[in-house]
Design a protein around this ligand. Structure first.
Ligand SMILES: NC(=O)c1ccc[n+]([C@@H]2O[C@H](COP(=O)([O-])OP(=O)(O)OC[C@H]3O[C@@H](n4cnc5c(N)ncnc54)[C@H](OP(=O)(O)O)[C@@H]3O)[C@@H](O)[C@H]2O)c1
Length: 251
């Protein structure tokens, strides 16, 4: 049974992915801050046919996270696949100079991912096997208006994973950047603007698990959002600014 650890698995994409891996017969170790929700997700993983263990931790606290991961490894065995998924988003329009909000986002979306990778990567490198993945976002493909803090945090994660992927190429450790578009979760439930191609979490979890099983370098979906954001990456700045400013819900 492969051993898969997922951070931010008490709700949303992380919880759905835990259950999906349960269906696929994995031993699933889940981490988030709320133990009562983790216990519920662990029950669903086991009902789906997997084995589950959970540990409550704040992933922005490096030693707490390392302790949680050590406890999961003691219960389930060494981690074969890490999905660093815990993340937040909130508006950070430049005109408000939202430095504290951006710091909050960086703490979780960047530090939380780094600490999770740091806790399992040395073991994987020593064993010459394993798989590191993080849930980034298509929001990292270009600087999106009104959410610079979130967009930049995801650009950081995607770029870091790309470098690590190359570094680890002949070391037996695969690296995957997961870049969803809009998924129906507590994170997006507060959005007041239209969310094109919005997808249900269970469908997103199936797509992510399929891509991870194939050890893909990148899992970007839904397809129309992937095409749109890849196209946006090709636009010159003047044209990107013109289109995105018109379309922005946060003018
Ligand atoms: N939903 C989307 O449209 C979308 C699109 C692209 C990318 N993403 C990314 O997908 C990931 C999951 O988001 P989601 O949409 O599933 O949102 P969500 O339902 O709000 O899930 C966030 C998860 O992170 C956990 N978390 C938050 N702060 C934490 C902390 N300090 N320490 C440990 N765990 C913490 C939460 O659990 P606790 O509160 O119990 O700790 C929860 O399990 C995020 O990285 C997000 O940026 C989402």
């Amino acid at each position: 049974m492969p051993v898969t650890f997922i951070t931010g698995a008490s709700t949303g994409i992380g919880a759905a992915l835990a259950v999906e891996f349960g269906c696929r017969g994995h031993k699933v170790g889940i981490i988030a801050r709320r133990p009562e929700l983790l216990a519920e997700v662990a029950k669903q993983v086991e009902a789906a046919g997997g084995k589950a263990a959970y540990a409550a931790a704040d992933v922005t606290r490096r030693s707490d996270l390392a302790e949680a991961i050590a406890s999961l490894e003691a219960q389930l065995g060494p981690c074969d696949l890490l999905v660093a998924n815990a993340g937040i988003g909130e508006p950070t329009p430049a005109q408000k100079a939202p430095i504290e909000a951006i710091e909050r986002i960086l703490d979780l979306n960047v530090r939380g991912v780094l600490y999770a990778i740091g806790a399992v990567l040395p073991g994987m490198v020593a064993r010459k096997s394993g798989h590191i993945a993080a849930v980034s976002s298509v929001a990292g493909f270009r600087g999106l208006p009104g959410t610079g803090g979130y967009s930049a945090s995801k650009a950081y994660v995607t770029t870091l994973l790309e470098s690590f992927r190359v570094d680890l190429k002949r070391k037996g450790v695969a690296v995957t950047s997961i870049n969803p578009g809009f998924i129906e979760t507590p994170l997006t439930s507060v959005n007041k603007f239209p969310m094109p191609f919005l997808m249900k979490t269970d469908r997103a979890a199936r797509i992510i698990a399929d891509g991870l099983e194939r050890r893909r370098a990148e899992i970007t979906f839904p397809l129309p959002m992937k095409l749109l954001m890849n196209f946006a990456r090709l636009l010159p700045n003047w044209l990107y600014d013109l289109i995105i400013h018109r379309a922005s819900p946060m003018k």
